[in-house]
Design a protein around this ligand. Structure first.
Ligand SMILES: NC(=O)c1ccc[n+]([C@@H]2O[C@H](COP(=O)([O-])OP(=O)(O)OC[C@H]3O[C@@H](n4cnc5c(N)ncnc54)[C@H](OP(=O)(O)O)[C@@H]3O)[C@@H](O)[C@H]2O)c1
Length: 340
């Protein structure tokens, strides 16, 4: 049975094809309601060729599910542009959309989805919307910011609401700010939004190990379900992945293809060599590298070809190629690591 797109992406799904248990590193394929087959992951490699990565969902630490691949929408702005890209993305099979208050496209995304979902016989429950509270833009008022995002996205709930960045918000004196207290207050408001049913899952973004440890020490009853961070062969701090796995926090990679960082990953000779050998594109190699580590991805793409390529990751990166990508010299992510 293939994943039924009419299922609610965010609720517990007892008959999903794929349940991804991050902590135990296994994938459960359920071919019939009564027949469960557990397939152990070997070094994170999906071992059943019949399950497409396009349909892969990760199980979060609260039992909810999230598509493994989503569409990044940063820098996709303007009503016509947003509608055009979302139309192509829905046609290609994207069911997760990653936005943020800071991207200035929530309203256009809300309008586009309202118009496009019926075209694809989909309802709100068939898609998964991530958006982010942006402290540097919205100050410290999580509750008002969330209501603003709900209104712009024209939805009664957000599937995944993230704190975009661990730093102090607009209007806060950075020299005297108590960053720990600010983060704690924000998180408590996130937990309240969850309890109020305005969001289905909550998480953080750009949290380095120190920020996560601080949050986990003051759990407030709910751990983050997701930490979205810069993650590609030039930025993959092992300690962060280890901590996320230990705590059952799904790591979600952004800028998998290099993003706007001046890294030229798509032109990197080693990436190109692997791609050529496997008959894949450099983008597919970089995305598969992340998925093979059980990491969620949200590549931003605008052309039909890119959108389709980025969902088509049903191949395995051999160990020797994983080693090449893992061996890239590591860069520091100041946005995350240098935030007090
Ligand atoms: N939480 C955070 O702080 C944070 C920060 C950055 C990004 N993000 C999120 O992560 C998403 C992705 O990251 P990103 O936007 O930095 O960049 P990215 O996904 O690493 O790269 C996007 C660029 O790669 C190109 N591309 C996409 N698919 C391709 C393919 N198959 N072959 C060749 N080129 C391809 C795109 O071109 P075309 O558009 O022409 O297709 C675009 O220029 C963002 O959109 C946003 O949603 C979050």
């Amino acid at each position: 049975m293939l994943l039924n797109s009419a299922q609610n992406n965010t609720e517990k799904q007892s008959d999903s094809v794929v349940l991804h248990n991050l902590q135990q590193h296994r994938i459960m394929f359920q071919s019939t309601a009564s027949c469960l087959v557990f397939v152990t992951l070997v070094a994170g490699v999906l071992s059943d060729a019949s399950t497409s990565t396009k349909d892969l969902k990760y199980e979060l630490n609260n039992g909810n599910f999230m598509p493994a691949i989503g569409l990044g929408t940063s820098r996709i702005t303007g009503a016509d542009r947003v509608k055009d890209v979302l139309d192509k993305a829905l046609a290609a099979g994207y069911r997760q959309f990653d936005t943020a208050a800071a991207y200035n496209n929530e309203e256009d995304i809300g309008n586009a989805l309202e118009e496009l979902l019926p075209k694809y016989n989909l309802t709100r429950n068939d898609i998964f919307i991530t958006t982010k509270f942006s402290p540097w833009k919205q100050g410290e008022n999580v509750t008002d910011a969330l209501h603003d995002s709900l209104r712009k996205l024209k939805t009664p709930y957000i599937d995944l609401y993230l704190i975009h960045w661990p730093g102090a918000g607009a209007g806060v004196n950075k020299a005297t700010a108590n960053f720990t207290a600010l983060r704690a207050e924000r998180w408590q408001k996130m937990v309240k939004a969850l309890k109020d049913g305005l969001v289905k899952n909550i998480g953080v973004s750009n949290y380095a190990v120190k920020h996560l440890r601080e949050l986990l020490a003051n759990d407030f009853g709910t751990k983050p379900a997701v930490n979205q961070g810069l993650w590609n062969p030039l930025y993959h701090p092992a300690e962060l992945l280890e901590l996320c796995r230990k705590e059952g926090i799904l790591l979600e990679a952004y800028s998998s293809l290099g993003g706007t960082h001046d890294d030229n990953l798509l032109q990197n000779e080693d990436v190109k060599k692997v791609a050529e050998k496997l008959g894949k594109t450099p983008a597919q190699v970089l995305l598969r590298w992340a998925v093979q580590q059980n990491i969620a991805i949200i590549p931003k793409a605008t052309s039909k070809q890119h959108l389709e390529d980025n969902l088509n990751l049903d191949f395995t990166l051999p160990d020797e190629d994983v080693s090449v990508l893992n061996g890239f010299p590591q860069k520091r992510n100041p946005f995350s690591e240098d935030t007090p």
